[in-house]
Write a protein that binds this ligand. Structure first.
Ligand code: GLN
Length: 278
């Protein structure tokens, strides 16, 4: 079977994906260990039986709904390649907005202490550490398996300004005080029907779901953060598109100042920010 036919055949099996052709190409590149351009340069190249079998297997998993990032075990975030496993949330493009907003708070030329809660793959801390070499970052997760992935990702980008710690939110050994706290916690309601659709079904519920309104963990973080923020320190949170108002209100009730909400690329509330002036 030629490359061009294999892709066509896979596309027909991936009708439920809204990116069937791209999915097929990415999976075939994983099998052939090549760049996508090769598929277009040599469309008539014949595949070996072994290659066809591996490709069919991956396409089968994708047809069942397994996310591409799980099948190829990686995902690009902030132009950095990260290893991804089923133990972690797959980094989302909209989370780059949280990174951008965080970087706007961190000076380039002086040390700055940052705490990230619930780091998962390490995506947020790694992007920050990469852009701000003088920042001193503590990144936590409640899952040992996630921390192992995060640690490997930090190492693969030669970053040594992140310390990883196993912790449940602020229950951190030797917790300090920080110039900035950032988190993309779980924020989906347990009743949200989207949890039973598409790729998200294969991601860990612990990274997605947070009580009836999706606000349980955001509440813990907002009420707890003020104890650990230095004067003028920043709290930056990703949240659901319908949660902006509730989060701004929580920040206000907890005496944060300079409160704002940023919209994501789909023009939906996604990140809220508050400053601890005290
Ligand atoms: N943004 C993710 C989604 O909608 C949710 C991530 C999270 O809960 N932090 O699938």
């Amino acid at each position: 079977m030629q490359i061009v036919d294999a892709i066509k055949h896979a596309q027909e099996q991936l009708l439920e994906s809204d990116s069937a052709r791209l999915d097929a190409e990415i999976l075939l590149c994983t099998v052939l260990r090549c760049e996508r351009t090769r598929l277009y340069t040599y469309p008539e190249q014949n595949l070996s039986n072994k290659e066809i079998k591996s490709f069919d297997e991956l396409v089968g998993f994708r047809a069942e709904g397994h996310p591409i990032a799980h099948l190829i075990q990686k995902k690009e975030f902030w132009s950095l390649e990260l290893q991804v496993t089923t133990d972690t949330l797959i980094p989302r493009p909209e989370t780059e907005l949280l990174v951008e907003a965080t970087l706007n708070c961190i000076p380039n030329e002086s040390p700055y202490s940052v705490l990230e809660l619930g780091t998962g793959t390490g995506a947020i801390s790694i992007a920050i550490a990469y852009e701000r070499r003088l920042a001193n970052i503590t990144a936590t997760d409640i899952k040992e398996s996630a921390l192992q992935v995060a640690q490997l990702n930090a190492e693969s980008h030669q970053l040594n300004n992140i310390t990883f710690e196993k912790a449940n939110w602020f229950d951190i050994k030797n917790i300090g005080s920080y110039d900035l706290i950032v988190s993309n916690p779980p924020y989906i309601s347990i009743d949200d029907p989207h949890l039973h659709q598409g790729d998200v079904r294969f991601e860990p519920e612990s990274a997605l779901v947070s009580g009836k309104e999706g606000l349980d963990d955001l509440y813990i973080i907002i009420t707890g953060a003020k104890k650990y923020l230095d004067t003028n320190g920043w709290l930056l949170l990703e949240h659901g598109y319908q949660q902006g108002k509730a989060i701004r209100r929580l920040l206000e009730e907890n005496n944060f100042s300079t409160i704002s909400t940023l919209k994501d690329y789909s023009n939906l509330d996604r990140v809220s920010i508050g400053q601890w002036i005290s």
